[in-house]
Design a protein around this ligand. Structure first.
Ligand SMILES: [Zn+2]
Length: 306
C-alpha cells in the first residue's frame, strides 16, 4: 500500500496568510531553509486506481492537482475520480473543509464517528452540497470499539486523550454528543499484510497504554504541531499552552521526544506542523535535536510504502 503525504502543516499551512512570525517572514523573504507546506492531508491507494483520502484539508483542490494518481483517467467517462473513500478523524475546519471542494456531483463514501457526521451534516447546512442527489455521499459510522475495514484498509481507532469538539460546536450540542467521538487516531494496515501505520495528528498526552500500542507499529505519524508548550501563547489571540490545545509539545519533559525515546521499532515522523515551529527550518538546532532523536519531519509529497 502506498501512502502519500499531500499536506504536512497544521491549520493555516506554511506560510500562513496572516502570520508574520520569524518562519513566515523569512520564508517570504526567500531566506528560509525549508519548504512551504499545505495543511495536513494523507491519501493511500487501496487497490490499483482506487484511492482513499484521510481527512479533507482546505488545500485539497491544490493537493489533488499536484498528485497525478488522483486525477480522472477519462476511462469511465468525462466525469470520474479514483477517490472512492474519505475517512475523517475529526470535524475541525482543517480536517473537513475540503469535503465542500468535492461537491461536483461525484459519488463517494465518507467514514466518520456519528458525532462528527452530526456536526457536519445536521448543524452546518452548507454541507448540504454533498446531498444534492440520492446516494451522492454515503456516510458510514466508524466503530470505536473494534477493528473494521474501510477504504481498502484494515483500521482500528485509538483515542488520544484531552481532545474535544471544535470551537465552533456549541456547548449545548457538545453536551449531547459522545466526547470519545470528537477526534480519533487511527491504526492503518493494508488488507494483505500486518504492516501498520499509526496516524495521530492531534494528541495532547500519551498514556502508557497508548505508548505500548504504538510500540509494534511500523510507521508513526505523530502530532508535530508545536516545539514547546509555551509556543502557542506567543501567538496573538491564543492564551493556551500546546497541551491545553490538545497538542503534546515536541520538546521538554514529557514531550514527544521524551515520551517516545524508548520506541525503537517504528519509523517516527512528525506531521501537522504549525508555521511557528522551528523544526520547519532544516538548519535549526531544534530540527537537529529531532533528527538526532530519530524523527523525520513530513513534507508535502513524501511517500511511505506499507
Ligand atoms: Zn508564521
Amino acid at each position: 500500500m502506498q501512502v502519500k503525504v499531500l499536506g504536512s502543516a497544521a491549520g493555516g499551512g506554511f506560510p500562513q496568510w496572516n502570520c508574520a512570525c520569524p518562519n513566515c517572514r523569512n520564508f517570504r523573504a526567500g531566506t528560509f531553509a525549508g519548504t512551504a507546506r499545505t495543511q495536513a492531508q494523507l491519501a493511500w491507494n487501496a487497490a490499483p486506481g482506487e484511492w482513499t483520502l484521510l481527512n479533507a484539508s482546505p488545500d485539497l483542490r491544490v493537493q489533488i492537482d499536484t498528485t497525478p494518481e488522483l486525477w480522472p483517467t477519462g476511462n469511465n467517462g468525462p466525469r470520474d475520480s479514483p477517490i472512492r473513500d474519505l475517512i475523517l478523524t475529526g470535524a475541525e475546519v482543517d480536517q473537513s473543509l475540503g469535503l465542500l471542494l468535492l461537491r461536483e456531483f461525484h459519488r463517494f463514501r465518507v467514514h466518520a464517528t456519528p458525532s462528527v457526521r452530526k456536526i457536519l451534516t445536521e448543524d452546518n447546512s452548507i454541507f448540504g452540497v454533498l446531498a444534492r442527489f440520492a446516494g451522492q455521499v454515503e456516510w458510514h459510522d466508524l466503530p470505536l470499539d473494534r477493528p473494521f475495514t474501510a477504504g481498502g484498509a484494515k483500521l482500528e481507532v485509538v483515542l488520544p486523550p484531552n481532545t474535544g469538539f471544535p470551537g465552533f460546536v456549541s456547548a449545548q450540542r457538545a453536551k449531547e454528543l459522545n466526547p470519545a467521538e470528537a477526534a480519533i487516531g487511527l491504526l492503518i494496515s493494508p488488507e494483505s499484510s500486518k504492516s501498520t501505520l499509526a496516524f495521530l495528528s492531534g494528541c495532547g498526552s500519551i498514556s502508557d497504554a497508548l505508548l505500548e500500542r504504538l510500540r509494534t507499529c511500523d510507521v508513526l505519524l505523530f502530532d508535530g504541531t508545536f516545539w514547546s508548550d509555551a509556543e502557542p501563547s506567543r501567538i496573538p489571540g491564543i492564551t493556551r499552552t500546546a497541551r491545553q490545545m490538545g497538542h503534546l509539545p515536541i520538546s521538554g519533559a514529557g514531550g514527544s521526544l521524551d515520551r517516545f525515546s524508548t520506541l525503537a521499532h517504528p519509523r517516527k515522523i512528525f506531521i501537522h506542523i504549525n508555521n511557528t515551529n522551528p523544526i520547519l527550518d532544516d538548519t535549526s538546532p531544534e530540527r537537529r535535536t529531532a533528527s538526532d532523536a530519530g524523527w523525520e519531519v513530513a513534507w508535502d509529497g513524501m511517500e511511505i510504502t506499507l
